[in-house]
Design a protein around this ligand. Structure first.
Ligand code: ZN
Length: 398
């Protein structure tokens, strides 16, 4: 991840916060317009129309005009993308943004001279209407930066993330196909049997994160104690996200290096029809609480993993219809939802084949990618319906 800590001066921070405010304002305006859309009536305005409205709004309001049009247009662009993701069923519907939560701005049309290094550990980036802002040069900035995002996390730290597609990782010429399945207890299961777990928070940190909100409830509004507790919560959450991102980078590089073809479930299909897994009906102990704690991070981490794989292994990713991968016996193709007995156990009702449930799903994903159409095999020998369609999946966020 080419993410760097930004170190704005207090004066620069004020302008950055104004930018964030403008971005939030136009985003929320777009949310409103889409919320008032009624079925059967003319649709909400698209990106082009919204840009025209933005021009009008800037003509009308001096405070908006004083801001950067690049920042404001990019907020609209971000919203258009969020709506596309929503219709693509990979994300939730974009909602109202609140001050201090997920603040950020995006700058495009960045030129070669807009990022420069000053010394071994210090660099700077040019931000519209802010000027040169210092950044911690913690690693090399990628060549050919085309855009960047500036964000402020809930702990009040500023970061800049440069968008440059990472170099593809050379493929091994083994022809080996790996299936990767998203698990709950484990973050990813490989068809090789490996179960990869993203490092979340440690037990002591988790316990703290569960305790802090209660302390927050007891703290008086506006007190410095309350602010301290809030900052502590934000720091823990930021730490969790950082670890998840780091894991995604390492895992995607390693998979791209080790396997020629990488098969994953197709999230677009998964979003609509992913089956209710054994995990839902029979969650393992402590899974509920843990899943609740990590769900957002895991969901985001999974999307990011697939995205980074596509960058690092272009043309080597296969997306597989995930509908039956968790209930099909990998040994003989028997199919029954009941075969997935729990969070971690798969035991075929027809032949008794046993496996780790996540690894079994990963093997089915691999086999489908390799051309053995697992999910398309004949009906269940148990006499159940072939298209045993899944119930509502409470595990999916959005
Ligand atoms: Zn079987």
């Amino acid at each position: 991840m080419s993410r760097y800590r930004l170190q704005p001066t207090p004066a620069q921070e004020r302008v950055l916060l104004e930018h964030c405010g403008h971005a939030r304002f136009v985003w929320n305006l777009a949310v409103e317009q889409h919320a008032h859309r009624k079925p059967g009536r003319k649709g909400a305005p698209g990106f082009a129309e919204q840009c025209r409205q933005l021009t009008q709004a800037r003509a009308e309001f001096a405070w908006l005009r004083a801001g950067s049009i690049v920042v404001q247009q990019q907020a609209l662009k971000g919203f258009a993308q969020a709506m596309a993701d929503f219709f693509g069923k990979t994300h939730r519907r974009p909602t109202w943004r609140k001050r201090g939560r997920g603040e950020g701005l995006r700058v495009v049309a960045v030129e070669a001279g807009d990022v420069r290094r000053l010394s071994r550990k210090v660099g700077e980036v040019r931000i519209p209407k802010v000027g040169w802002v210092r950044l911690r040069w913690s690693r090399a900035v990628p060549e050919g930066v085309k855009s960047y995002r500036v964000t402020r996390d809930r702990a009040g730290r500023w970061h800049v993330t440069f968008a440059a597609v990472p170099e593809p990782v050379p493929a091994p010429d083994t022809g080996e196909v790996v299936g990767v399945d998203r698990g709950i207890a484990v973050s990813a299961a490989l068809s090789t049997g490996e179960l990869l777990k993203a490092p979340g928070l440690r037990d002591t940190e988790k316990a703290r994160l569960l305790r802090l909100p209660r302390r927050l409830a007891r703290a008086q509004r506006g007190s410095s104690r309350r602010a301290k507790v809030k900052a502590a919560i934000a720091r823990l959450k930021a730490r969790e996200t950082d670890r998840s991102k780091d894991w995604v980078e390492k895992t995607s590089t390693s998979l791209a290096r080790r396997f020629e073809v990488i098969a994953v479930e197709d999230l677009k299909i998964a979003g609509t029809t992913r089956s209710a897994r054994g995990t839902v009906e029979a969650p393992g102990r402590n899974v509920g609480q843990e899943a609740g704690l990590n769900r957002g991070v895991l969901a985001a981490g999974w999307g990011r993993l697939v995205e980074r794989l596509e960058h690092k292994a272009p043309g080597r990713i296969r997306k597989i219809d995930p509908r039956l991968t968790s209930q099909t016996c990998n040994a003989r193709g028997h199919r029954a939802a009941e075969s997935r007995q729990s969070q971690s156990r798969f035991r075929c009702l027809a032949c008794g084949h046993q496996d780790n449930a996540d690894a079994s799903a990963a093997r089915n994903i691999r086999d489908t990618a390799a051309g053995h159409a697992v999910a398309a095999r004949g009906g269940s020998p148990l006499g159940g319906p072939v298209n045993r369609e899944p119930q509502h999946d409470r595990l999916l966020v959005g």
